[in-house]
Design a protein around this ligand. Sequence first.
Ligand code: 6R9
Length: 649
Amino acid sequence: MTEHEARYPVPEHASARAWVDEETYRSRYAQSVEDADAFWLEEARSRLTWFTAPEIGSESRYTPSDVQVRWFADGELNACYNCIDRHLEDKADKVAIYWEGDNPDDHLSLTFAELHEKVCRFANGLKSLGVGKGDTVTLYMPMIPEALMGMLACARIGAIHSVVFGGFSPDALAGRIVDSGSRVVITADESLRGGKNIPLKENVDEALTRPGTEVVEHVLVVRRTGGSVAVNPRDCWYHDVVDPQSSECPPEPMNAEDPLFILYTSGSTGTPKGLLHTTGGYLLYAAMTHRDIFDVHDDDVYWCAADVGWITGHSYIVYGPMANGATSVIFEGVPSYPSHGRIGEVIDKYGVTILYTSPTAVRSLMAQGDDIMASSTRESLRVLGSVGEPINPEAWNWFYRVIGNSRCPIMDTWWQTETGGIMITPLPGATELKPGSATRPFFGIQPALYDNEGQELSGEAEGNLVIKASWPGQARTIWQNHDRFVQTYFSTFDNVYFTGDGCRRDEDGYFWITGRIDDVLNVSGHRMGTAEIESSLVAHEAVAEAAVVGFPHEVKGQGIYIYVTLNEGIQPTDELRAELVKWVRKDIGPIATPDVIQWAPGLPKTRSGKIMRRILRKIAADELDGLGDTSTLADPGVVDDLIEHRQSK
Ligand code: 6R9
């Protein structure tokens, strides 16, 4: 049997106590699509604690002229109350967070009772800075407990958090602060990753020199490393503001449709989009998917190795696990520090039973060889998870065999910032696995494949992945730009949500995500618009034009390949190449570091002036046989030049 035909039946240890077995999956799935409102209302009432329980289910519609996503609109609740307060009755002394610092000697744990006290103080501290219901707050934080506490403190008082990944540049941060209209920014002096200090506060200071950021009144700074920072009149230390506060702070009753957070993500055009998630539907969907997909029970120790700056961190480090009263490991560092055995060592240290990580992390460890796992046994593990990009069967098998000791089923979870939670996934106690397939839809999710003309494809097929009908975790809009929301997700095909992903369905009805079909790259699981990188490059004085495409990369999944046309009279030198790499890193952040820059005297364009990326992608991937029809090009000669001068990777 080849790797691609391999199947992994549900292991006995998983079926023995799983929340969902195959029979339950089938019957509950049928109910969830046949009588969606009844299904979701019952889930909402039983899984969350409401101040006013909802009677209304979905009021969502996707007609082209009127796109609305709304769930449980007569319900009232507070997300922070659901994540902390309601556990105090029977889990006050249960560990909520095991925090593992970058340095293995740096660690602490917090119980739900301790977390309650700290979050209340934090929330009162934010109030003292004038933050109230409906205000936006930007967080630019390391992976420390204060990052989660800051998010929960916002939720407690009804403020809307906007977390910006700590690896983004000052310019990227500034754009997100301005778009969200945050008057308060929460950050730390420095973050610490792989033994290196990253100057977060300095980046905030630089961001706040950019136009539009005058709206920021306060910068609240957590002392993480003790590194020296400039102190401006708008700055205040977290310990000065928060420590003296009262540890009582009543949770603000919120309507289910009140905003919970904004999270920016890249699209194929223009600036990043601030996806808005609201309180009731999002929290229900995060909690339910977390418990059922990772089969979380009270004695589990769960570790999601993502960063809170991404949607995975929001749903599966903060809201899902905390709403379920789970014990989580929060990791500040990187898998390769102090050695490549770190992930296994952290698993053994805390007795981690569930590990949720990314294909890129798995591939980077796989490249080091099996021996790196010799420093740990990982025998506590029972379920593994993968997210962010397609996991190739080779990485799947290594994850299964080496990290999971050939005992733990892998949940290959497909979803997006826009979907709020996992959409297509196996379930540990129900699904036979095929490496590389995200398998089947979660409850209430109706995926379909459409051809480019909008015809639905049946049976075995490959096409555009769309989702019919709304689900509670769906993003409601793009912050202050509902037209863009409608345009991006609901204008390509009528009456369905368009994901932007390509997908194949096999003979068993299993889904295999093939990757983005738009101009969005997925580098190490991070989404990046080619347009963002291109506009950064053309802002450089030497650059006339730039075209960015992805190419297959062994560790990162996709690498960044850039074709640059220089202005007249500029010499293409190695120094300039290095300068452009630095330029993009500085402008967008290290995650956007170009892998290859090729000088292109001309770019292949249609007669109407559109860059033919299809051709550029093929050249970057060395797929020279399949260039297809180049006769519509304005100047077919440029292709030969690009082929001749293509760069090795
Ligand atoms: C959660 C997250 C979303 C895009 C998505 C798709 C890719 C995510 C995947 C996957 C194949 C999986 N993606 N999970 N592709 N298999 N299991 O990653 O959100 O950052 O918004 O990215 O990531 O292309 O459209 P986000």
